[in-house]
Each structure stands twice: as C-alpha cells, then as structure tokens.
Design a protein around this ligand. Structure first.
Ligand code: AR6
Length: 176
C-alpha cells in the first residue's frame, strides 16, 4: 500500500455521532426508520428531521446505501447502509463489501472529502469482527486507489475489543 493511502485511513475508538466529518455512515435496517445500536444513537443525536427525511426514502435493500442530511449532527450528511445479518454464507461477505463500496460511491458522487464508518453488521447482525474488518479495510483501500478526492476515512470503533482487532489487521497490512 502506498504512503498516501496509508495516511488517509484512521482507526479510532469513540462515538461516531460526535465525528466532525462530511458524512458518517449508519448501520441501518431495510426500513431506514431507526433501531438500536449505532442507528439509534445517530437518530437520537440528529433529531426528528433525520427520521422525517428517512421516511421519504422508502427503505433500502441490504447492501445498498442512501444519503440524507445530518441535521443536528456535526457531520453534514448521514449515509445509511444496510449490512447483512451474518449467517456464514458467501453472500454475507459480498453484501458487506457492497455496503462499503456503495457508501463510498455516494460520498464520491456528492464530492465529500471525509467519511466515518462504524463496524457495519458487527453488533446485532452478528458478523465476526475479524472477518468484517478485513472487508471494511480492503474495500476502502481499493476505493482510495482509484479515487483521489476522498482525503480521510475513519473507522470508529465503539469498544476496545473491536478497536484492537482493526488495529491488528492494520499493522499486518502496513507493517507498523
Ligand atoms: N458509535 C460507533 N459505533 C457504535 C455506536 C456509536 N455510537 N453504537 C454502537 N456502535 P449495530 P448492526 C457499534 O448493532 O450489527 C440496529 O437496530 C457496535 O458496538 O448498531 O449492523 C439497526 O436498526 C457495533 O460494533 O449494527 C439494525 O436493525 C457496531 O456499531 C441493526 O441494528 C454495529 O452494531 C443493524 O445491526
């Protein structure tokens, strides 16, 4: 991996709702009408305007992504994507990859420079973090290799165990 791509990726522990970036990504469900986990936290922090806009979207199939404004969040936009419920099938990996790819494509279409991802599908949807983080990081690196306008991708992990799994894979890739 070249140095410029390395410098564009940050792995941090925290609450994604506080991120001052162009877009935060929401691990939503197909209704796009809110839920628990990071979805609930984003809707609470963004306020009622977010739910009102989400109601106009008519849901979102698994693996796809939709964009809304950020309302009361520090982030300008929320990109809602729907991860797969983990069942250990090959399609799970493909759908999770699509979540990252489609979210990044929306960010690019809107000319965004910074984006923050949670660990999509790694909570209620049960995706093993070790497998999911490879898909997350590999897909983002692949995107950055072909698209230069995105200057920063953050992976924001809520818990220490998830953080350490991401950091371990990152060290494996970068050698530091
Ligand atoms: N900031 C960053 N990460 C968070 C936060 C936060 N504020 N809160 C939780 N996480 P989950 P899923 C982490 O369950 O597995 C919802 O009900 C959490 O520790 O939020 O994709 C939706 O409506 C975990 O590592 O999303 C769907 O029905 C990661 O975010 C369903 O859950 C994802 O956990 C989606 O399940």
């Amino acid at each position: 991996m070249n140095n410029s791509i390395k410098e564009k990726i940050s792995i941090i522990q925290g609450d994604i709702t506080g991120m001052q970036v162009d877009a935060i990504v929401n691990a939503a469900n197909t209704s796009l009408l809110g839920g628990g986990g990071v979805d609930g936290a984003i809707h609470r922090a963004a306020g009622a305007g977010l739910l009102a806009e989400c109601r106009t979207l008519g849901g979102c199939p698994t693996g796809e992504a939709r964009i809304t404004k950020g309302y009361n969040l520090p982030a300008r936009y929320v990109i809602h994507t729907v991860g797969p419920v983990y069942r250990g099938r090959p399609q799970d990996a493909e759908l999770l990859r699509s979540c990252y790819q489609n979210s990044l494509a929306l960010a690019a279409q809107h000319g965004l420079a910074s984006i923050a991802f949670p660990a999509i599908s790694c909570g209620v949807y049960g995706y093993p973090v070790k497998e999911a983080c490879r898909i997350a990081i590999d897909t983002c690196i692949g995107f950055l290799e072909h698209y230069e306008n995105l200057s920063r991708i953050y992976f924001v992990l809520f818990g220490r165990p998830e953080l350490e799994i991401y950091q371990q894979y990152w060290r494996q890739l970068t050698g530091n």
